[in-house]
Design a protein around this ligand. Structure first.
Ligand SMILES: NC(=O)c1ccc[n+]([C@@H]2O[C@H](COP(=O)([O-])OP(=O)(O)OC[C@H]3O[C@@H](n4cnc5c(N)ncnc54)[C@H](O)[C@@H]3O)[C@@H](O)[C@H]2O)c1
Length: 333
């Protein structure tokens, strides 16, 4: 058994571990494995006192079963769908997340996507770059655009990011409605937004729909072809939550039919996507409307230098608390 407690970063980080070492100075040794799959952890994490897990791998039963002295697994991020947290609980191991490192950044990206689509910014840029001499250099290229003020932004999941997105949309003069069956009453009053009782109701009134729910059995493929068909003609879809919440194969057809006037997809069911993913095929095809009306990002809405540092420092602080016997915050299991 090692003398000093050990904190192991399983993946994603492969630098000098300055932020973690500063927080855990005198408390624990810090080691980074930079693994890209759970199989690379075999024999390398069993004695850890705490694990910091990012997003390049999943932590399942087989690994958790081998942990002999682990007090805490921190998911350095929000979504805990890549950790078998129920099984960790059955072994007496806390799983915590770092819920707030990117709240503002993701909300900024969601609103950035909404503005880029609804103001025609992406469409103008993309169309003109491809068209060269033979097209009109005119505002009409993106006609007809609707003023944002007074339009309804539908938010699915009024948690931290959903709330931050709602506040930004309100500053733009939008009417904000949300669907979130698990949110207690009162937050609508505090934020000045409208609760809608069903997803179908929200879909029917959303000029733009922004997804901010976690990935669960209930939310998997929640937005499929039928759901998109319930949205007003010419509406916008924004997904910065998890790729599997949307059946992305339905998006090209919805753009082609004009049901959707644009979509911003930051997260995909498989990341990175395969070259034959129907969404990617349409987006890369200059003859498909998705080429100009779809924005795809590489699961980057969380990213800012400040957010990355927060993620690491707050993850290390949670390990510090666990190892020194203090109460750990943000336990999810
Ligand atoms: N794109 C990125 O880079 C990025 C970064 C951080 C988080 N995320 C995703 O954003 C999601 C939201 O993050 P958050 O910090 O706001 O989480 P949060 O837990 O604060 O909020 C999630 C909200 O969704 C609600 N919800 C749960 N099930 C629902 C359902 N079936 N229908 C409607 N609402 C439902 C919950 O009640 C909660 O209010 C995360 O789960 C994560 O998957 C993405």
């Amino acid at each position: 058994m090692p003398d000093k407690p050990t904190v192991i970063l399983t993946d994603f980080i492969n630098d000098d571990l300055g932020p973690e070492r500063e927080v855990l100075d005198g408390v624990a040794e810090v080691v980074a494995l930079d693994a890209h799959g759970e199989d690379e952890l075999v024999g390398r994490v069993d004695d850890a006192d705490a694990l910091m897990v990012f997003h390049n791998l999943s932590l399942g039963r087989a690994t958790i079963e081998r942990l002999t002295r682990c007090k805490l697994i921190v998911r350095c991020g929000v979504g805990v769908d890549n950790i078998d947290h129920a099984f960790a609980r059955s072994r007496g191991i806390d799983v915590a997340n770092v819920p707030d490192y990117g709240t503002e950044d993701v909300a900024d990206s969601a609103i950035g996507g909404l503005l880029a689509l609804s103001r025609g910014i992406n469409l103008y840029n993309s169309t003109l770059r491809d068209a060269r001499q033979d097209c009109d250099w005119m505002y009409t290229l993106a006609a007809s655009l609707q003023r944002l003020r007074g339009q309804t932004l539908g938010i699915v999941g009024l948690g931290r990011i959903g709330s931050a997105t709602a506040l930004r949309a309100k500053a733009l003069g939008m009417d904000v409605a949300f669907y979130d069956p698990y949110k207690p009453d009162g937050y609508d009053k505090a934020l000045g937004v409208r609760r809608v009782e069903s997803l179908d109701d929200l879909l029917a009134q959303s000029f733009a729909l922004s997804l901010h729910c976690p990935l669960t059995d209930e939310t998997t493929q929640m937005i499929d072809a039928a759901a998109i068909e319930c949205m007003p003609r010419g509406s916008f879809l924004i997904n910065t939550s998890r790729g599997q919440v949307v059946d992305t194969s339905a998006v090209p057809a919805a753009l082609a039919s004009g049901r959707l006037a644009g979509a911003f997809i930051d997260v995909l069911p498989t990341e990175p996507p395969t070259d034959d993913d129907p969404l990617i095929v349409a987006w890369r095809d200059p003859s498909h409307v998705a080429h100009h009306r779809l924005i795809v990002n590489p699961h980057a809405a969380f990213y800012s230098e400040q957010g990355l540092l927060d993620m690491r420092v707050k993850g290390a602080q949670a390990c510090h608390r666990a190892i020194t016997g203090q109460r750990v915050r943000n336990v999810v299991n």
